[in-house]
Write a new protein. Structure first.
Length: 131
């Protein structure tokens, strides 16, 4: 059973895209960047964006915001996460193209979290967010 123990949450940045559907659901990884779909977003036009495979990471989405709505994000600590691949306890994790968590390779991928539970694709699991 997955669980969370957040140490830092952020909530002032709007979602650049509609994340109220299953494809962009809560517990996916996200990153922060310049808004492209909403005008005057956030501070300095910042918004929460869909990540790129193995790319930058801001935190784990805890809500299901619609486009332009503020996101609740866990930046550090322990969080629930959406597994889109199989991994074991202790594995280092990266993000796929949708922000799902998959096993990563240290030295090659941008490692964003460590698995605290075993998981298979589709599971909501528990991860430790790495800084």
């Amino acid at each position: 059973m997955s669980y969370a123990q957040p140490l830092m949450k952020v909530g002032q940045f709007p979602s650049n895209d509609d994340r109220s559907t299953v494809a962009f659901n809560q517990f996916y990884g996200v990153h922060i960047g310049t808004a492209t779909h909403i005008a005057g977003a956030g501070r300095g036009n910042a918004a929460i964006l869909k990540p790129v495979d193995g790319g930058s990471f801001f935190g784990i989405l805890q809500s299901n915001p619609q486009q332009g709505e503020a996101c609740e994000i866990t930046r550090c600590g322990i969080s629930q996460a959406k597994a889109t691949g199989s991994f074991a306890v202790g594995d280092k994790l990266k993000l796929d193209n949708d922000g799902g968590f998959v096993k990563g390779t240290v030295g090659t991928d941008t490692i964003v979290a460590q698995a605290l539970e075993q998981a298979v694709a589709g599971d909501i699991t528990t991860v430790f967010i790495l800084g």
